[in-house]
Design a binder for this molecule. Structure first.
Ligand code: PHE
Length: 518
């Protein structure tokens, strides 16, 4: 549905029903005037204030019934209209030169006459020269003013500037009504003119407006608000109640808001909490021992290489002394399977490799640490946290992303339960259909991948499986532990309909403003 419903496509009765009392009055005034200034409408419609006219007119304009034309003009007025009573200084001086000194006088003489101040004399001489009324010459170090014919003639008539002054004393004049030269001269005089910009509006009926007034309508006083008085006195029966147009356009106001990722994390947290899980956290900085070795990941596994994992140079070694008992067992698990029934990887386990420090590559390190801390059954925990991988960015990969991790270990936990938990989680996140496929992880057997059909192909959302005995036995857990780790941003893509995972973090303000806050 379009936001703005005004316009000719709106049926006339509906247009009329939504006219306010003031809008109707303005329309009626325009029926006769067709086109008028707000003041003319004010008088003709017998309204009280100009704002009533302008408010109604702008609504009518939004409804396509009138047009408001605006014209900006420059207007001039005199700062002090009494100035027309005084003679211009150049005229007064020229008159004295002619009448007292027969057309030629020195400035000294003029000063001595006592009729002019020094500054008046200076202004007057400037104008006499500019207007060509006199010539200035030097005689014996004295300035002499000699009137020209033009100067003598000018004394009997009003100049163009004086005539303009007189007109301005009567009324303000628009730029187009005055000569550019004369106004230019007046502008040069100090503190003489006021200049301002005036917007003149003309309100005109449009053809649609004309149709509406021609068809006619009732006009009754109306109220826009129901007050206790109107209700209790029964007065509401006699008044017209103003209709509201609930489809009218209004600008959207964007306040501060949470990042969509924050909200999505909040939602995931709620899903796990309501499914009976407890949240755990961990650290970004980890040892290879906890991130990989405890998870039975062979020391020559490709994921451990520099181009997949960010290793730290400072600190470059983790202190494993407080885990020495476990270190010893893990070494045996890797070398020969220890008591797990496995043959292990059958190589010589290297402690230095395990002591390397890194940015955690998955949050499976959080869950495995949780089991090691407290291996008592049952446990059902989840974590949501950032992980880091040394990989190239593309439309479905980020070098830093958030993982949604979880484990379940309780009576009866098995493969079916794992599949059910995975499906239930995605169902609650609004994704009804997922595909579960066999996969490989060094620490789970069986191992699964969860995929979703998105943009015409299957996209991996994350991995899952049941921890191998090589992982759980050294920690003292003798039952199947269901485990998974999903990508949060991959999940966000279908939820928000994004084709490119990078769009989530480019902070496009428009996108952020428009994302639903749920
Ligand atoms: N840690 C795996 C990953 O990073 C996901 C996984 C978690 C797989 C738990 C199996 C079990 O993709």
């Amino acid at each position: 549905m379009p936001l703005v419903q005004w316009g000719p496509e709106m049926i006339d009765q509906e247009v009329v029903d939504q006219l306010s009392f003031l809008e109707k009055k303005v329309l009626l005034a325009l029926r006769d005037l067709r086109s008028a200034s707000p003041n003319e409408i004010l008088a003709s419609a017998k309204l009280n204030q100009l704002v009533e006219v302008m408010n109604a007119a702008s609504w009518l304009q939004a409804k396509g019934l009138v047009n408001i034309d605006e014209k900006v003009t420059r207007k001039y007025s005199l700062k002090n209209p009494d100035c027309v009573l005084r003679t211009l200084p150049e005229k007064a001086v020229a008159r004295t030169v002619l009448e007292t000194y027969e057309g030629s006088a020195t400035t000294k003489q003029l000063k001595e006459s006592g009729a002019f101040s020094q500054s008046e004399l200076q202004i007057a001489l400037g104008w006499i020269r500019k207007k060509g009324w006199g010539e200035l010459s030097k005689d014996d170090g004295e300035t002499v003013v000699t009137l020209t014919k033009k100067g003598r003639d000018a004394l009997d008539v009003d100049g163009e500037d004086e005539r303009l002054m007189k007109r301005l004393a009567e009324e303000d004049l628009a730029e187009e009504d005055v000569s550019t030269e004369a106004i230019g001269q007046l502008k040069q005089r100090k503190d003489f003119l006021n200049e301002r910009l005036v917007t003149e509006r003309t309100i005109k009926l449009t053809s649609h407006g004309l149709e509406i007034v021609a068809a006619g309508f009732d006009i009754r006083e109306e109220i826009g608000q129901l007050t206790p008085e109107v209700l209790s006195t029964g007065g509401w029966r006699d008044v017209e109640i103003r209709r509201y147009d609930i489809d009218a356009f209004a600008p959207t106001i964007y306040g501060g808001r949470a990042h969509p990722i924050t909200l999505l994390i909040e939602k995931i947290r709620n899903v796990f909490l309501t499914m009976g899980f407890t949240e755990i956290t961990g650290n970004y900085l980890e040892s290879a021992f906890w991130n990989m070795d405890v998870l039975f990941t062979a020391q020559d596994h490709p994921a451990r290489e520099l181009h997949d994992t960010f290793y730290l140079s400072n600190p470059s070694r983790a202190n494993l002394t407080k885990d020495s008992e476990l270190v010893d067992v893990v070494k045996q698990v890797h070398e020969n399977g220890w008591k797990t029934g496995s043959l292990g990887w059958r190589y010589e386990w290297n402690r230095e490799e395990a002591e390397k420090t890194l940015l955690r590559t998955h949050t499976t390190v959080n869950t495995i640490r949780r089991i090691a801390e407290d291996p008592k059954l049952p446990f059902k925990v989840f974590s949501i946290g950032r992980v880091f991988r040394n990989e190239a960015m593309d439309s479905t990969h980020l070098p830093e992303f958030v993982q949604i991790e979880g484990i379940v270990c309780e009576e009866g936990a098995n493969f079916d339960m794992l599949c059910t938990v995975l499906r239930e989680f995605y169902r609650r996140m609004g994704i009804p259909k997922i595909r579960i496929r066999p996969a490989y992880y060094p620490y789970t057997e069986p191992s699964l991948d969860v995929e979703i059909f998105f943009n015409g192909q299957w996209m991996e959302l994350g991995g899952s499986g049941i921890f191998r005995p090589e992982v759980t036995e050294p920690l003292g857990v003798h039952r199947p532990v269901l485990a998974w780790g999903f990508g949060l941003e991959r999940l966000a893509m279908p939820v928000w309909g994004l084709n490119d995972i990078r769009d989530i973090y480019i902070s496009d303000i428009d996108w952020l403003k428009k994302m639903p806050q749920i």
